[in-house]
Design a protein around this ligand. Structure first.
Ligand code: SF4
Ligand code: SF4
Length: 169
């Protein structure tokens, strides 16, 4: 079993023991998390409209491995906790499974299992995708991502302030 599954399983336990019940009663966190959920939907819509997801889907079908092993480490603990919170809002469990060793831990059968992906993934546009989107499309998507990025930053900072132990995990 790889280190990352042990690590994120430990974070999941920490969340259940120390954070979940507190955050469920925290109206500030809830309000910002709902705004973030909205911002993520807006980003996804823009990616769909620009054909980005479809372009990557076809690329993946050709066997290109974009979500490779180790990229799960790009997700910070705070972002993982936000994912657990958002998954709970949608009444789904963020299941950690060691599917294929050569893939990112978060790559599921139908793509990324995270609701909030790491900033690295959100900002990754390979040469082919950049050319497909063109300068205008690329700038537009990078602008759309801003709301999501700012709200994520706010929520992460809030979590670190409320749960300083996160910094030692
Ligand atoms: S980002 Fe580039 S390499 Fe990755 S799936 Fe999309 S087109 Fe393929
Ligand atoms: S998009 Fe998701 S599955 Fe792909 S590398 Fe990023 S975290 Fe992993």
């Amino acid at each position: 079993m790889r280190d990352s599954i042990l690590y994120f399983t430990r974070l999941k336990e920490f969340y259940g023991q120390h954070m979940e019940s507190f955050l469920e009663k925290d109206s500030f966190f809830r309000e910002k998390a709902l705004q973030l959920r909205e911002a993520i939907s807006k980003t996804k819509k823009a990616y769909i409209e620009h054909g980005s997801f479809e372009f990557c889907r076809v690329c993946a079908q050709k066997g290109v491995r974009c979500c490779g092993e180790g990229l799960e480490w790009k997700l910070r603990p705070e972002e993982f906790f936000i994912n657990l919170y958002l998954s709970r809002l949608e009444e789904r469990d963020l299941k950690l499974e060691d599917r294929r060793a050569q893939d990112c831990l978060f790559l599921g059968e139908f793509g990324c299992i995270l609701i909030l992906t790491p900033l690295f993934c959100r900002n990754f546009f390979c040469k082919e995708l950049s050319e497909f989107l063109g300068h205008k499309g690329l700038v537009h998507l990078q602008n759309v991502i801003q709301d999501e990025a700012e709200l994520t930053f706010k929520l992460c900072e809030y979590l670190k302030k409320k749960f300083p132990r996160i910094l030692t995990l």
